[in-house]
Ligand binder design. Structure first.
Ligand SMILES: C[S@@+](CC[C@H](N)C(=O)[O-])C[C@H]1O[C@@H](n2cnc3c(N)ncnc32)[C@H](O)[C@@H]1O
Length: 159
């Protein structure tokens, strides 16, 4: 399986970089995982609805440069579908079985994802109704992808 994680915004915190690197190392046994970081748009704290839309659209343009038509796109959205780790593992397994082995996960920036990106999404998943910072979301995602591979292979992992 070829997995691309497209994430808006730069990873700054050392502990997150180390955590993500650790899971990427563990994941290399199961899949090719590539991180594509796209720069976030600099914007003031107070934005009108139109300005917010514009920022998200600009970020979307950069996201689209990293996506290809043959990828199955999974967006991370708070309002997306909540899955158990087993269901998530089953989903990845099904994708591999049915020839959709190129998967792109997309994590938005601090304002979230634009409607255009959401429309391109094949599946929107939520990790809870709470909002996580995008940097932390990247760590949570790689851990869950790693867990999914362990589940798929029937290998022991913390329950
Ligand atoms: C700070 S959040 C953006 C918050 C923004 N207000 C929104 O509604 O999307 C940054 C990104 O992290 C991801 N994210 C944060 N919390 C999430 C959750 N509970 N489930 C899935 N993705 C989440 C999403 O991709 C989101 O675009």
């Amino acid at each position: 399986m070829q997995i691309t994680i497209i994430s808006v915004g730069k990873l700054k915190e050392k502990y997150l970089i180390q955590g993500i690197d650790e899971y990427l190392k563990r994941l290399s046994k199961y899949a090719k995982v590539k991180i594509e970081e796209v720069p976030d748009e600099q914007a003031p704290d107070q934005l009108s609805e139109a300005e917010e839309k514009q920022v998200k659209q600009k970020e979307a343009e950069k996201i689209f440069t990293k996506l290809s038509t043959d990828q199955y796109v999974i967006t991370l959205e708070i309002e997306g579908k909540q899955l158990t780790s087993e269901q998530f593992a089953q989903k990845l397994d099904d994708l591999a079985t049915y020839g959709k082995s190129k998967v792109a996960f997309v994590i938005g920036g601090s304002l979230g994802l634009s409607d255009e990106v959401k429309q391109r999404s094949d599946l929107a998943i939520s990790f809870s109704k709470m909002t996580y910072p995008h940097q932390l979301m990247r760590l949570i995602l790689v851990e869950q992808v790693y867990r999914a591979f362990r589940i798929m292979r029937g290998e022991p992992y913390h329950k």
